[in-house]
Design a protein around this ligand. Sequence first.
Ligand SMILES: Nc1ncnc2c1ncn2[C@@H]1O[C@H](COP(=O)(O)OP(=O)(O)OP(=O)(O)O)[C@@H](O)[C@H]1O
Ligand SMILES: [Mg+2]
Length: 278
Amino acid sequence: MTTPETQSIQAASANTAAAARDTANAPISLRHVVKVFGRARALDDVSFDVATGETFGLIGPNGSGKTTLIRTLLGLTKPTSGQVRVLGRAMPDHRVARSIGYMTQSSALYNELSVRENVRFFASLYGLSGQRLHNRIDETLALVDLTERAHSPVQTLSGGMRQRVSLACALTHQPRLVFLDEPTVGIDPELRLFFWDYFAKLNAQGVTIIVSTHHLDEAKRCHRLALLRFGKLLAVDTPDDLLRRSGAEDFDHAFLYYASRDEQELQALQAQQPAQSA
Ligand SMILES: Nc1ncnc2c1ncn2[C@@H]1O[C@H](COP(=O)(O)OP(=O)(O)OP(=O)(O)O)[C@@H](O)[C@H]1O
Ligand SMILES: [Mg+2]
């Protein structure tokens, strides 16, 4: 059955496809981004664009550079080299801050403050005030089903409830661009479905989402995925095309395919080098 909501989601998907062709206005654009920490290359020549209304997934093992990539896009980490543009501005640029929401990988909440006080604190930082601030806090708490716990100190909540507070803190100011670093770690399947259904609604409103995850079932719900390993982009494509091109039936095996292809390319390059320098 086609409901107004599914129609608007379909329309948003069509818009996303159109926007994907319009890279000049992409809300995110990375070109040859490198980030070096000491001897480690956390990001190694990463380039891609993300389109308006798209959910773009970052997939990769521990230490592959997902959080570093998100922090670089936010302007919190300065790249060693390369260009980062977010919402049309070269980063870092504080003018984009109010249009961005960020849910960090580890909780950034104040445990002694109540749920409502935490949400209010972050919404105020993002520039909300007056009646709009109060209305948006009410709406967001209802959305994450925490109205009844609004006055509970965060330290008295379960882990899943804290994740919901963190999500509320990232969304109250209605950002156009949202970064979610492993938002569903440690939460139950029902709540994960709730989060992902909500992300689809945000996309339908034109909100762009960058999300990192280790849940490969969630990967399927992204419009496109970036596979990262040792800071290198192994592949960027739709979930269907990543599977089709690899011939794999699931993302675990697809990831192994792209990783081994990368190894082979590296070995071929290394084998050529002595011949070239001879
Ligand atoms: N502030 C830092 N100083 C030094 N090294 C860092 C710093 N931040 C990240 N790194 C290194 O950069 C690499 C990428 O780390 P990052 O946190 O981006 O990985 P990740 O993909 O988010 O991993 P996880 O899945 O565990 O969250 C790792 O080798 C890490 O040790
Ligand atoms: Mg991380």
